[in-house]
Design a protein around this ligand. Structure first.
Ligand SMILES: NC(=O)C1=CN([C@@H]2O[C@H](COP(=O)(O)OP(=O)(O)OC[C@H]3O[C@@H](n4cnc5c(N)ncnc54)[C@H](OP(=O)(O)O)[C@@H]3O)[C@@H](O)[C@H]2O)C=CC1
Ligand SMILES: CC(=O)N[C@@H](CCC(=O)OP(=O)(O)O)C(=O)O
Length: 344
């Protein structure tokens, strides 16, 4: 058994960590923080968790208490992990950060996109980007994990086989993405109100979203050089889910694309390549740590279309964070993550 802490336990990704870890055979949640709900018991705030965390109450983010844990998850806004990660690592506690604090390798680029100076540039060299399908061996040895963002997870998994094989024009890749409203966090915001977000759909960040440099960095690693990406996110009237429609222009005769995808992900426990001709739905991954993919080549022309769906809170955040924990501590990679999706 290891002891873990969660900083930011009252947000959507924090409570999703609690839900997943409740079934984890190797993990005990030792500390869960909230500045607004200090002293409140977990089961009193979240009735779905009654009976699972008896005796565990939210406490202030206290470095001493967190440092007594083997690993600490940060499910907090950007900048919070910058302030605490170094101290925890110095005391031997491993850090799994769900925010974007350590995702970009370049501190100046991070400062540009996040509108504040990078708070811990000295840690960037050792941070490992926590996409197991690309960096599994490095994750096993890491002390500090930057869990990928939700859009970046869906987009990178869908494009990896094509870029690794050099089959598409890396200068012109398009990612047209849709997200449910939990992607915006639990804090009250006007665009997330029922009256604003239901029965409507809108694009945002079309001129440049902070996930653009993160996705470009990851796709560049897969392609072995710079990737030109157009990325447009949309807010859709669903609670959970990301749907990414990805377009690439074939530069060579690709052979059997279905076989390419099936082979690339054959050993991946959390990527499901659907049968040829499929159109995966977000509801088929709701609650599951899973990315479902389908690859199409319309009219046998020079465009390849990949459809990629995840649950933003699971494979897009908390599930992927637990998958990283499992790798770092040598547990079964599926521990705590084997439940199927909630919907057909
Ligand atoms: N929602 C999603 O789909 C995804 C989110 N992420 C990332 O994960 C992180 C958490 O997201 P999400 O759960 O949606 O966010 P929420 O806004 O729902 O929750 C944020 C949590 O952080 C705590 N918090 C806020 N400020 C501080 C602070 N200064 N110090 C300590 N704790 C703080 C809050 O609790 P309190 O104020 O009580 O302390 C709350 O528990 C973010 O960085 C987000 O970008 C990544 C992928 C997907
Ligand atoms: C719908 C919505 O607002 N989504 C968020 C991204 C989701 C997310 O949490 O990404 P990070 O982990 O990088 O913060 C957004 O577009 O800012």
């Amino acid at each position: 058994m290891i002891k873990v802490g969660i900083v930011g336990g009252t947000g959507y990704t924090g409570v999703e960590l609690l839900r997943l870890l409740a079934q984890h055979p190797e993990v005990e949640v030792e500390a869960i923080t909230s500045r607004s709900e200090e002293g409140i018991r977990v089961g009193d705030m979240y009735p779905n968790l009654r009976g699972h965390y008896d005796g565990l109450a939210f406490s202030a983010p206290d470095a001493e208490r967190l440092a007594a844990c083997d690993a600490v998850f940060f499910a907090t806004p950007h900048g919070v992990a910058h302030a605490l990660a170094g101290e925890l690592l110095d005391k031997g506690t491993r850090v799994i950060d769900l925010s974007a604090d350590f995702r970009l390798r370049d501190a100046a680029e991070w400062a540009h996109w996040y509108g504040q100076p990078h708070g811990a540039p000295a840690l960037l060299d050792e941070a490992v980007y926590g996409l197991p399908e690309m960096h599994r061996e490095r994750i096993r040895k890491a002390r500090l994990i930057a869990v990928p963002g939700c859009y970046p997870t869906a987009v990178q998994l869908g494009l990896l086989p094509l870029l690794e094989a050099g089959l598409i024009d890396a200068d012109r890749v398009i990612a047209d993405c849709k997200s449910g409203v939990t992607g915006a966090g639990r804090g009250a915001k006007v665009p997330s109100l029922l009256a604003e977000a239901s029965e409507s759909m809108k694009a945002y960040g079309a001129g440049g979203h902070r996930h653009l440099p993160e996705i470009r960095q990851g796709l560049g690693d897969a392609a072995g050089g710079p990737v030109g990406l157009t990325f447009v996110p949309h807010l859709t009237p669903m609670i959970r889910g990301i749907h990414a429609t990805l377009y690439g222009r074939l530069t060579t005769e690709p052979g059997d694309l279905q076989a390419l995808f099936e082979t690339r992900f054959a050993d991946e426990p959390f990527v499901d390549v659907m049968p040829a001709g499929s159109h995966p739905e977000t509801r088929s991954v709701k609650g599951a740590n899973l990315c479902r993919l389908a690859v199409h080549r319309p009219g046998d022309g020079d465009t390849v279309v990949v459809l990629s769906v995840i649950d933003n809170l699971v494979k897009g955040a908390s599930g992927q964070a637990v998958q990283n924990l499992n790798l770092m501590f040598g547990f079964d990679e599926r521990a705590g993550l084997s439940a199927p999706a909630l919907m057909p």
